[in-house]
Design a protein around this ligand. Structure first.
Ligand code: EPU
Length: 337
């Protein structure tokens, strides 16, 4: 365990904004976490559990305690003829896990290649891309309850997984520290290629297999999405709104080209990036923050932007969308005040 005071978080958030934590505590094992919790040092303090910092925006210094579980390890814990169960500790890099699974021929997460972030956050956020969500392969989540200091195992049915969300972000926020995730992967791949552009990109690489799918997804992402190592960003800043059929019908009368995707039971997902682009915000810069020029759902730090500047830009963008389309955009990124 390592503790620091007045600790700069600029290297610990992919927007690369400056923010200092009153206190920062890094853990290498579940036992260290339990030990720390036993000292009641969190009492009366704000706390934030940090993953890879790829889905949050610090607006200010953090006047509380940042808990950073950097637990590492990936093990195959069970296998049968059809499945492999992999247990990955929360601090592992998500894409390293994908690369490991793909190289062993284990299917289920290849469409989630190159998503920035940690294994722990993958469950908190229910990461998704190109037709797959991680909830489909989560067998269980291991966590520590902050209140009881006990290890708990949570089955996916209890975790409230939804579009880019789970109870860890909602009703359980601040209650658990995720320490490991067990994934159930397939030995027999069922390729998911229906997302627009994916099949063609894979076919361009020759045969369809886990490696070519991973390669194609990586190329698609690299073409559209800025690399957080080069340009500060946190992926999609907003969620794609989900609306009902009658609202869609009304909107389509005014905007016949509005991209929309059926979600079952009279629900439709809209492309927020398209709406932002229609409002003229794609590529627009305000100070040192900007809307990405290739993907309007992504806000970027052009260098030296403050968290507040990025937040203000996001507010201008959502106001514009609301004015034009009457739709309230919901943030995907966690804003830490
Ligand atoms: N579009 C535009 N202009 C833009 C961006 C998008 O017109 O600037 C249109 C596209 O032409 C397309 C539609 O919007 O018709 C959807 O675009 P895209 O396929 O790029 O996906 P997205 O809906 O913008 C979502 C996820 C991404 C994920 C991709 C692929 C959310 C909030 N975002 O983006 O996830 O990679 O689909 O599955 O659901 C993330 O969560 O951080 C993230 C990057």
């Amino acid at each position: 365990m390592e503790t620091r005071t007045v600790f700069s978080l600029s290297a610990y958030n992919t927007f690369h904004v400056e923010a200092a934590a009153d206190r920062y505590v890094r853990f290498g094992s579940a036992e260290e976490i339990i030990d720390f919790l036993g000292r009641n040092e969190l009492d009366g303090h704000r706390r934030l559990v940090l993953g890879a910092g790829s889905n949050l925006l610090f607006v200010d210094d953090f006047d509380g305690i940042v808990l950073h579980p950097l637990l590492k390890g990936i093990d195959v814990i069970e296998a049968d003829r059809r499945h492999i169960w992999i247990r990955a500790l929360a601090g592992e890099n998500w894409d390293d896990l994908v690369a490991y699974a793909v190289s062993n021929g284990w299917a289920g997460i290849e469409n989630l290649s190159l998503i920035p972030g940690s294994v722990g956050a993958s469950a908190v956020q229910n990461i998704g891309a190109y037709g797959t969500e991680v909830k489909g392969v989560i067998d269980r989540v291991e966590a520590i309850s902050i209140e009881s200091r006990k290890k708990v195992t949570l089955l996916p049915g209890a975790c409230g997984f939804g579009y880019r969300t789970s109870h860890f972000k909602g009703r359980w926020a601040g209650a658990f520290i995720v320490t490991a995730v067990v994934f159930k992967l397939d030995r027999q791949p069922a390729f998911v290629l229906d997302y627009p552009g994916v099949k063609a990109a894979v076919q361009d690489l020759g045969s369809i297999n886990l490696q070519t799918i991973r390669q194609a997804i990586i190329s698609i992402r690299q073409e559209k999405l800025p690399d957080p190592a080069q340009v500060g960003n946190a992926g999609s800043f907003f969620k794609n709104p989900v609306i009902e059929g009658n609202t869609l019908t009304r909107l389509c009368q005014r905007f016949p080209a509005l991209p929309h995707y059926p979600q079952g039971s009279d629900q439709f997902k809209l492309a927020a990036g398209w709406m932002i682009e229609q409002c003229g915000w794609k590529g627009k810069r305000v100070g040192k923050a900007a809307v990405h020029h290739q993907q309007a759902l992504v806000l970027v730090n052009l260098g030296g932007a403050t968290g507040r500047e990025i937040l203000e830009l996001s507010e201008q963008v959502s106001e514009a969308v609301h004015e034009r389309f009457g739709i309230e955009l919901e943030r995907e990124v966690l804003v830490v005040p």
